[in-house]
Design a protein around this ligand. Structure first.
Ligand code: OSB
Ligand code: MG
Length: 369
């Protein structure tokens, strides 16, 4: 395919409910969308950055700059055979995985549409229905947290992920266990602990959690391996895994009993798929993480989750969990039994509401060869 135009939109969308993690509170998502077109098709990707470099060093501004100065000119320079070929071309740029992933996502959407295939089939996915869970932020009181859990259990979600940090960990989780019993539950610490907090982490170990996600430093695997040897609860890595090679090494030293796969953090669908392949070969389960995506990124998450190694419910909840009104039509819905039916139309499978994207955008850039 030869790309004729690439557009970048800077969007700001208000969350229905503020989302708090150990690194901060988000009331509004700020991110980029990429729209790429050939002579007759349009593809969409999402750059899952935030305004601030707190989860990752990438931000809306770094991604916009790297796309403008390097990634987009190189993508427009000559025809693209397969999305992997584009990624090889972009590999001279180190890091900036979310920026790369947004562009690659648009090209994967086009590639699937060219073949008349739904994106999940183009990726080699198998399932037509995926299991989903929900990620619940740190709430101001235990009572408010219990209300959230009650609501999402009622909506059918297959597992509850609760954000924790020192001081807001054992007691809220204990309260959930006391009230709701043996529900599938896990904790995500977003790097809020260190090995010196072993006694706190041992308390969490008593709760029968499915896993504890990223308890230690965002760039560590060594201490996670030490911690894994001390706990019964499996350790899941999120922030520490930026490539298939990171996953291989973490698995090799025993730092990762589970891996959270995020397309943006890993640098695209191709890298996400290779990470899945490595984990699957090693017998390590994976699930699809989320970055509070709009409908575009959400549909990419749905597609990757159809690969056979995604054996645990992910964080890909319904559009309505995040937004009063999403930018896709129809929105992503969750069935009363906690699943998403995978769209069968070519590419990402739902229409993007371009008028809404254009009206929400506070920045818009267009590039041609
Ligand atoms: O650590 O998984 C995380 C959201 C933003 C940044 C990091 C994380 C998250 C989530 C939300 O947990 C997942 C979602 O509902 O999209
Ligand atoms: Mg996480």
């Amino acid at each position: 395919m030869q790309l004729r135009q690439i557009e970048v939109f800077a969007l700001q969308m208000r969350l229905r409910h503020p989302f708090e993690t150990s690194f901060g509170r988000e009331e509004e998502r700020e991110f980029l969308l990429v729209r790429a077109q050939t002579d007759d098709l349009v593809g969409w990707g999402e750059v899952t950055v935030s305004r601030d470099p707190f989860y990752s060093y990438e931000t809306v501004e770094t991604a916009e700059s790297v796309l403008r100065n390097y990634l987009i000119p190189w993508a427009l320079a000559k025809p693209i055979g397969h999305p992997d070929e584009l990624m090889a071309r972009l590999s001279q740029v180190r890091g900036h995985h979310m920026a790369k992933s947004g562009l690659e996502g648009a090209v994967w959407d086009l590639y699937a549409k060219e073949q008349g295939l739904p994106l999940y089939r183009a990726l080699g996915g198998e399932r037509s229905e995926i299991e989903v869970g929900i990620s619940i932020g740190i709430e101001p009181t235990v009572d408010l947290l219990l209300r959230q859990v009650d609501r999402f259990l009622g909506e059918g979600y297959r597992r509850m992920k609760i954000k924790v940090k020192p001081g807001q960990d054992y007691l809220p989780l204990r309260a959930i266990r006391d009230r709701f019993g043996d529900i599938p539950m896990m904790a995500d610490a977003n790097s809020a602990y260190s090995l010196s907090d072993l006694s706190l982490l041992r308390q969490l170990d008593e709760l029968g959690l499915m896993m504890i996600e990223q308890p230690l430093s965002h760039d560590d695997i060594i201490d996670h391996a030490k911690l894994a040897a001390e706990l019964q609860t499996p350790i899941c890595l999120d922030e520490s895994i930026h490539s298939p090679e990171d996953a291989r090494k973490a698995i090799e030293i025993g730092a990762a009993g589970v891996i959270n796969i995020k397309i943006g953090r890993l640098g695209g669908l191709g890298a996400a798929r290779r990470t899945h392949d490595i984990a699957r070969t090693a017998g390590i389960p994976v699930w699809c993480g989320g970055m509070l995506e709009s409908g575009v990124g959400r549909l990419h998450n749905v597609a990757i989750t159809t690969l056979p190694g995604f054996t645990l419910p992910g964080d890909t909840a319904a559009s309505s969990r995040y937004w009063d009104e999403d930018i896709i039509e129809p929105e992503v819905d969750v069935t009363p039994h906690g699943t998403i039916i995978v769209p069968q139309a070519p590419g990402i499978g739902h229409a993007v509401r371009e008028d809404r994207v254009r009206s929400l955008a506070h920045g818009h850039w267009a590039y041609r060869p």
